[in-house]
Design a binder for this molecule. Structure first.
Ligand code: GLU
Length: 384
């Protein structure tokens, strides 16, 4: 994460020194028109994604379109959104087409697509959040392009995100991305309903205030996605709290990323929501939410390493307190009882006890399965 270089203008979105990891959300209305995939347009976007990767940016795609595509294939009314059962069936059919499409188009640029289907709980529950984070990290590390969607075929009303705008913001959080680009069928946020005369595009928002919310119209115009501006503002709020920049831009044009960032010959066009705080904002947010379930007491060497920015390894743990589970927040204290940090445990208390004082190379033999390297990863801890 490029925490020392905050994103201050739309142009920065294409700068790998500022945005090293980018989540791009593609709305249904961009992907599907009259029941068919807009393949040529999508090929153009994938070429831009390949260019972003070539200049050193890691990209995660959040792709809508499964319901729209599946509904057309099955001949379901109301674009497959007439009932939950229709949406689930449409998504099951559409998703397989969608993943094939991304996979084929990315492969034309030598990139490997990786599919992740998530439900709300996968990112709200700490343990599952850590699992999703680990998977995303590993995929990016391996050079793949994660293509994420909600697992609509199994998600019921109660456990649904329902829109991919908020899903994209949560995925950005889990993946520790620097920015989210929501590609939609509007240029960005307007100061009033864009159909009203005199409506002007708002290029920069610092804080989603009540005034900003009043500008949003729930109508996205296309009627195909479930997003609209309201869910985009909710996504902006999630991103803002997590210290991640969010951009809304119009994907209906050719080379939408170049257009949004001012690299297509004209001015940059879109709305940039600046992240709430600068350096360490994500950790500040994490720190604010911690309710501790236990403690790890560490030796002097580990205490020093932690203060220097390292992860906590099992070898440095002297004692364990409490009955915490994997993903639970714990305090990390030195042997004098001083609190060094708060963080999320990668192992439960029993596993920590088994690994205490042991080198990482011994962990697999002790636990009987492939372990995580750290007991508390540095990305999941806040120094006190
Ligand atoms: N997950 C839905 C789909 O793939 C899209 C949700 C949305 O419209 O934001 O069709």
């Amino acid at each position: 994460m490029a925490v020392s270089n905050p994103l201050t203008s739309l142009v920065d979105l294409a700068d790998p020194r500022i945005v090293s990891r980018l989540v791009i959300k593609v709305g249904s209305s961009l992907l599907v028109a009259r029941g068919a995939v807009r393949r040529q347009w999508l090929a153009g976007l994938v070429a831009e994604i390949a260019q972003a990767r070539a200049r050193g940016q890691e990209v995660i795609i959040v792709s809508s379109g499964a319901i729209a595509l599946g509904a057309s294939r099955l001949g379901l009314e109301k674009g497959g959104r007439g009932s939950l059962a229709d949406a689930q069936a449409a998504a099951a059919v559409g998703q397989i087409l969608l993943s094939g499409l991304w996979s084929d188009l990315l492969a034309e640029h030598g990139a490997t697509a990786a599919q992740l289907l998530l439900t709300l709980d996968d990112l709200e529950d700490r343990r599952r959040y850590l699992n999703a984070t680990a998977t995303l990290m590993r995929l990016l590390d391996a050079g793949a392009v994660p293509v994420v969607n909600e697992n609509d075929s199994v998600a019921t009303q109660e456990i649904r995100f329902g829109d991919n705008d908020r899903l994209a913001a949560r995925v950005a959080q889990a993946a520790k991305a620097d920015a989210v680009l929501l590609l939609s069928d509007v240029d960005g946020l307007y100061d009033r309903n864009p159909r009203e005369p005199g409506a002007t595009l708002v290029p920069l928002v610092s804080g989603v205030s009540a005034d900003v919310q009043a500008m949003a119209s729930a109508d996205s115009g296309s009627g195909m996605g479930s997003g609209g501006m309201t869910s985009k503002l909710q996504a902006a709020q999630i991103a803002e709290l997590a210290g991640i920049a969010l951009v809304i831009a119009n994907g209906t044009h050719d080379r939408p990323i170049a257009r949004a960032t001012g690299h297509a010959g004209g001015e940059a066009i879109g709305t940039l929501f600046q992240p709430g705080r600068k350096a360490g904002a994500r950790k500040a947010w994490l720190g604010g939410r911690l309710r501790l379930r236990g403690a790890l007491i560490v030796d002097a060497g580990a205490a020093e390493a932690l203060r220097g920015g390292s992860s906590l390894l099992a070898a440095g743990i002297a004692e364990i307190e409490g009955e915490f589970g994997r993903g639970d927040p714990v305090a990390i204290r030195d042997c004098e009882g001083r609190v060094i940090a708060h963080g999320l445990a990668e192992y439960d208390a029993a596993e920590c006890a088994a690994l205490r004082g042991k080198q990482s190379s011994e962990h697999a033999a002790i636990l009987g399965y492939a372990p995580r390297r750290a007991v508390v990863h540095r990305d999941q801890l806040v120094l006190k």
